[in-house]
Design a protein around this ligand. Structure first.
Ligand SMILES: NC(=O)c1ccc[n+]([C@@H]2O[C@H](COP(=O)([O-])OP(=O)(O)OC[C@H]3O[C@@H](n4cnc5c(N)ncnc54)[C@H](O)[C@@H]3O)[C@@H](O)[C@H]2O)c1
Length: 459
């Protein structure tokens, strides 16, 4: 679907097209010389703001930098700079990542210097800039919905990391905002742009394993342990705006294990490995099952385990749930040493896809070529490139908002069934839990003011 840009983006483009304004901008220090971007004139470049300069930004920023029609003009993080992200030595935050991007662009200039990347504490400063086309949201999961809704309102296109949401209700809010403001949103489950995943899903979709009956999906074991019951609050480190980090989540005392990287093991901020790895593995499964726009009808716990009561960490230490779909296909998601991937079982064989390999029984299934009459999925070799192309074409990217929402919803429903240790029934059309008021309450959460959808856009 081709959708027009918002007035915010259009007016920027119109501004750039006026020759007087263009020469003024080219002379401005924040715009790189044309030698850096080859044929990509400033008016053809997508300007990007990075929101969240932690662990995953070390993967995403270099990917954006590979594209000479994209320019990172600003970064934002509530942490100025510190060690202690995925490992004790990982040194990150807005200043290190500002330097990283400036240095990368400096290498492309003849002078060897570049200082044009701005750094902000408050992401609304990025949203308020009319010269920024798109944002990459790499903040923790509990911020994704508010940032996405506000970015859409501000007329920005959005690359939002997976899991797209913290709750099912947030997904509907994000879909409404993206559609209303006609934005392009790519969910950051990058395996949608891996050829091996596409090949595996096409083999399943074309019936090479016969009629699909069951899909097993894998999530990694937790790679951190919580501080255990009796943990004590710590002083907030200098240079870290902790209240803004908490944002829409409930007020809570600071502890180092609450925030950088480890937030994913605390259900106030994330769904644990169920959503962390589950939004990769289950996303591939939904692609193979042709379930991108729907969901299961029944979800049950298969013996999940959780940390001790009183620990700071609250998400499952052992993930195990089963989901049944209207067509009878069953999906089983579990903690496994395989970490990530899916095995599809059919009436004539099975097929497993992991990060780098496909295997099957019988072996011939994985080697089976696809013919001209076979069904084909959309092709993308790079998730970031696909987003940039869609920002220009206004077409849907590989994983638009509804698809990211539906995968995340499956994971959230799995978490609800595991947390309550019982079977729940789900209406995938109405997106409601049927006949279980206690479970239904877990589909949404209050967003703490002022960091909710009413958060004024102007910083
Ligand atoms: N696609 C993938 O394979 C993949 C891999 C890892 C992480 N992720 C996702 O990326 C996101 C970030 O994960 P991470 O591992 O980088 O976490 P992280 O804790 O290392 O980094 C998150 C950063 O966001 C910052 N932040 C928090 N609130 C903010 C705010 N209001 N404004 C600006 N910055 C804010 C934090 O200070 C931190 O520096 C998560 O949603 C995670 O699921 C995706």
């Amino acid at each position: 679907m081709i959708t027009p840009r918002s007035s915010a983006s259009c007016s920027r483009r119109e501004f750039l097209r006026s020759s007087a304004a263009l020469s003024a901008l080219i002379a401005a220090p924040t715009i790189l010389p044309s030698s850096v971007f080859g044929r990509n004139a400033p008016s053809n470049r997508i300007t990007l703001g990075i929101i969240g300069c932690g662990n995953q930004s070390t993967v995403d920023i270099p990917e954006w930098l590979k594209n000479d029609d994209c320019q990172i003009v600003a970064v934002c993080d509530v942490n100025k700079a510190s060690k202690g992200y995925k490992n004790d030595q990982q040194y990150l935050g807005r200043e290190p990542q500002q330097k990283f991007v400036n240095d990368a662009y400096a290498k492309k200039t003849t002078s060897g210097t570049f200082k044009g990347v701005d750094a902000y504490v408050d992401f609304r400063e990025i949203l308020a800039r009319p010269d920024i086309d798109a944002v990459a949201i790499i903040a923790p999961d509990h911020w994704h919905a508010v940032m996405t809704v506000m970015a859409a309102r501000a007329g920005k296109d959005i690359y939002c990391q997976k899991p797209l949401t913290l709750t099912v209700a947030e997904g509907r809010d994000m879909i409404a905002a993206v559609r209303k403001h006609q934005r392009v949103l790519q969910t950051g489950s990058q395996y949608r742009s891996h050829a091996i995943m596409r090949q595996a899903c096409e083999l399943v979709r074309n019936g090479r394993i016969g009629k699909l009956q069951r899909v097993e999906t894998y999530v990694a074991e937790n790679n951190f342990k919580g501080p255990g019951p009796g943990w004590k609050p710590m002083p907030v480190p200098a240079g870290f705006d902790y209240d803004r980090w908490l944002g829409p989540a409930a007020q809570a005392p600071y502890h180092h294990d609450r925030c950088f990287y480890r937030f994913r093991f605390i259900s106030d901020y994330s769904g644990g490995q169920t959503t962390n790895f589950g939004c990769h593995s289950n996303n591939v499964a939904h692609w193979a099952m042709n379930m991108d726009h729907t969901g299961p009808i029944e979800i049950e716990d298969m013996g999940a385990e959780f940390p001790a009561k009183g620990d700071l960490f609250t998400t499952a230490t052992k993930v195990a749930f089963r989901a049944r779909y209207e067509n009878g296909v069953v999906l089983e998601c579990k903690t496994d040493k395989l970490s990530f991937g899916a095995t599809s079982h059919g009436t004539e064989g099975w097929l497993r896809v992991l990060s780098r390999k496909i295997e099957s029984g019988p072996e011939s299934i994985a080697k089976s070529p696809l013919g001209p009459k076979d069904f084909r999925l959309p092709v993308s070799e790079n998730h970031y490139r696909n987003f940039l192309d869609c920002v220009k074409s206004r077409k849907d990217p590989m994983e638009p908002v509804e698809v990211g929402h539906r995968t995340a919803s499956l994971c959230h429903l799995g978490n609800i069934a595991m947390q309550l240790h019982r079977k729940i029934k789900w209406d995938p059309k109405k997106e409601q839990i049927v006949g279980d008021a206690e479970a239904a309450k877990l589909l949404s959460r209050p967003l703490r003011a002022p960091y909710n959808y009413e958060y004024p856009l102007k910083a």
